[in-house]
Design a protein around this ligand. Structure first.
Ligand code: HEC
Ligand code: HEC
Length: 353
């Protein structure tokens, strides 16, 4: 039988419509997949940030911050008991505390880092006030960072520390471990309003010295106040199992590399001033500013792993004044950029602007 022409054209239109729908559907799925890969599945989870209950918490916290200058307080892990995210968040916390156990040279999941734990530098699982905590990470990332010249998300920032502070290799973005670390960091920041840096987070600022920091004085202080735990040669002390450090290394082949954040004198000085020797806090520091700077000068002039970073600082004028590796956009030499005095460099920058 020969079909009537009119019916055939209806069929063709129907076919065409189906084809267009299919193409559209495939496109939508593709876009969604690309979104997931780049946005990292944040949307996959019902994050408490969006619930009414959470918004109330934020408002109260905000009030406190404004009226009493109250410091950030990490949310209580008890608050997620029984929630769908509990095991993932607790795994994330465990990875921060016991990184070497899972991901160190003898790691049970992968062998991609130097044996240190994230917690060695992000104290109390990233919750200690001015102990380099993660309080403001969820609220300020993704953010632009001049080091890479790009907008960085939490994955990129975490992998920066894997590749530099832990002198290792990056984690796959979609791995259970990266997802868990991210969820834990999001949990810690869940009581901080998006876009704000909360009081007490990260490291506490401290004033520059009038002189250059002095490695010779620093060495003397190190032998008196640090060597008992970190050892004279800076290599730290491992626990009996040989897998994790009881006292982490400060230099040498198992320490952070020369592209890490702590390799900048100011970061090191801020960290030790308010956290070392073990037990020191911002309320009860045990070192003077001078001691902290001189210790930083001593430790960061010892031998440590090198990492090539040809893509860092696409705009060299944005390098921090204590960035120890040239080239620079000003006339101060590399030694002054490493050890100071930093005030003249800071002043020169101000007049430039
Ligand atoms: C050797 C010390 C050290 C270790 C170990 C370390 N970090 Fe860091 N990390 C730092 C320092 C210092 C900074 C701040 C650097 C800066 O501001 O330039 C930082 C910053 C960060 C930030 C951004 C914080 C912010 O407020 O912007 C994240 C996230 C982070 N680290 C995650 C990790 C994770 C996850 C690990 C373990 C895989 C880790 N770090 C291990 C020293 C370390
Ligand atoms: C009583 C032992 C003890 C003393 C003394 C001590 N530390 Fe530490 N230090 C530690 C421990 C333990 C950690 C890791 C903390 C953690 O994982 O919770 C640490 C971590 C560090 C870190 C970051 C991790 C790393 O290995 O790079 C630096 C830097 C540091 N100490 C410097 C110093 C300096 C400088 C002194 C001397 C003023 C000092 N410490 C004195 C026990 C000590």
């Amino acid at each position: 039988m020969i079909p009537k022409p009119s019916k055939s054209s209806v069929n063709t239109i129907g076919l065409l419509q189906n084809l267009i729908y299919t193409i559209l559907l495939v496109l939508v799925i593709l876009i969604y997949l690309i979104y997931l890969i780049f946005e990292g599945g944040e949307s996959l989870f019902p994050w408490p940030q969006n619930t009414k209950e959470h918004q109330k918490v934020v408002e109260v916290e905000d009030l406190y911050t404004k009226e009493t200058d109250r410091f950030w307080l990490a949310p209580d892990p008890e608050s997620i008991k029984g929630s769908a995210l509990e095991s993932q968040i607790l795994y994330g916390r465990d990875l921060i505390v016991n990184t070497a156990k899972y991901l160190g040279p003898k790691g049970s999941v992968a062998q991609i880092s130097n044996g240190m734990n994230c917690q060695n530098c992000h104290l109390d699982a990233g919750t200690k006030i001015f102990g380099n905590n993660y309080g403001s990470v969820a609220s300020i990332y993704p953010k632009f960072r001049a080091r890479s010249g790009s907008v960085e998300n939490i994955y990129k920032r975490v992998n920066d520390c894997f590749e530099r502070s832990l002198n290792g290799m990056p984690l796959d973005t979609m791995s259970l471990e990266m997802q868990a670390i991210k969820m834990y960091i999001m949990f810690l920041g869940s009581n901080v309003e998006k876009g704000t840096v909360v009081k007490g987070s990260g490291l506490k600022d401290m004033p520059f010295l009038d002189r250059a920091a002095d490695p010779v004085i620093g060495k003397k202080i190190y032998m008196e106040k640090c060597a008992s735990c970190h050892v004279k040669d800076g290599s730290g002390i491992k626990a009996g199992d040989g897998v994790v450090y009881t006292y982490p290394p400060l230099w040498g082949q198992h320490s952070y590399n020369d592209a890490a954040g702590l390799y900048r004198l100011s970061n090191f000085a801020k960290y030790v001033k308010y956290n070392m020797p073990l037990g020191a806090t911002y309320e009860a520091p045990q070192l003077t500013d001078q001691e902290a700077w001189d210790l930083a000068a001593f430790v960061n002039t010892q031998v440590r792993p090198h990492k090539d970073t040809p893509d860092d600082w696409p705009d060299i004028s944005k390098k921090p004044i204590d960035h120890p590796v040239g080239p620079y956009s000003d006339s101060f030499d590399a030694i002054q950029h490493k050890l100071g005095p930093f005030k003249p460099i800071a002043d020169a920058r101000k007049t430039q602007k």
